[in-house]
Design a protein around this ligand. Structure first.
Ligand code: RUB
Length: 288
């Protein structure tokens, strides 16, 4: 079990387990197994803390851990992580026949919606590679496997990609109480470009990526990763800034697609806090 703990934490840190949903699922499954094998409370909390610090901008994982630890209902929490079918149902109608869809990075929530669309009608995709870890390649591969024609761009080609698009769809790592969305670095810049071409911007997410701590005035940390990912040996005096994520202002987002429906960012926050009051409750307890 020790080896399994180390391996899971390592894979999350190295982004081998990638994307908020996969991270949350791997974390909860690991804790569930620890509990089932009789680990004491202290050990489970210790592993939970290690999981949380592996990627600091993942409130989906944090919510799941808090609720699972508080209620001991690991299977219910895993059920919440597995709400993708409802997300697909809400997101798929946004993509019309022959549309061009732009996306950035790799979001399993977005690719699942697009695979659902691909089962029914034809559309084309535009994908940016997502330096420095190239998660866009995974997106391009999955969509091509689903029979979707894909054009693939370096990140600085996003404007050209967006000029041809009918809709931009990205994932989320967090949605804050003020309606800001956090997603892969570049997301706000590309949302701004999309706005310039009147391309609507949709964020596809499980509602448990809402960060309840942001409602108590806590700043959600933006993960800053190592310089080596960007530049192995930069010259002395060069400070490589490698933020993994950035915030997107709510006015740049036309809709948030979740298992609860399609909402504007502020309506989304109301919907998730009404539907799941336990998220704030659990965060309050964890704070105290
Ligand atoms: C991934 C990323 C994804 C969200 C949502 O960043 O920004 O858009 O995590 O993914 P990284 P999902 O590659 O650094 O983890 O929809 O799969 O939860």
């Amino acid at each position: 079990m020790e080896e399994e703990v180390e391996e899971t934490v390592r894979k999350i840190e190295r982004v081998e387990i990638q994307g908020a949903t996969n991270v949350a699922e791997a974390g909860v499954r690991l804790l569930k197994r620890l509990v089932e094998r009789g680990a004491d409370e202290e050990r489970v909390d210790e592993v939970a803390d290690r999981l949380k610090s592996a990627r600091p901008t993942e409130p989906f994982l944090f919510n799941c851990i808090r609720v699972a630890r508080e209620t001991d209902e690991y299977d219910r929490v895993l059920g919440q992580i597995d709400r993708q079918e409802a997300i697909d149902e809400n997101g798929a109608p946004l993509v019309g026949e022959d549309d061009v869809v732009y996306t950035h990075c790799h979001s399993s929530s977005v690719t699942s919606v697009l695979e659902t669309v691909a089962d029914d009608r034809e559309f084309r995709a535009r994908v940016t590679e997502t330096r420095p870890l190239y998660q866009g390649r995974e997106t391009a591969r999955e969509l091509a496997d689903a029979g979707v024609p894909v054009r693939f761009y370096v990140d600085s080609g996003a404007r050209i990609a967006l000029r041809e698009a009918d809709i931009m769809m990205i994932g989320a790592d967090a949605v804050l109480d003020n309606g800001k969305v956090i997603n892969k670095i570049g997301s706000e810049m590309f949302a701004e470009v999309a706005g310039g071409y009147d391309v609507p911007v949709y964020v596809v997410t499980n509602s448990w990526k809402y960060d309840p701590m942001s409602s108590f005035g806590y700043e959600t940390e933006i993960e800053r990763r190592t310089a080596e990912e960007v530049w192995g040996e930069p010259p002395e005096g060069v400070d490589v800034v490698n933020y993994a994520f950035e915030k997107i202002a709510p006015e740049k987002v036309d809709g948030i697609v979740s298992e609860l429906g399609v909402h504007e960012p502020d309506e989304f926050v109301d919907a998730v806090t009404d539907e799941y009051p336990e998220l704030k409750e659990a965060a309050k307890t964890a704070r105290g």
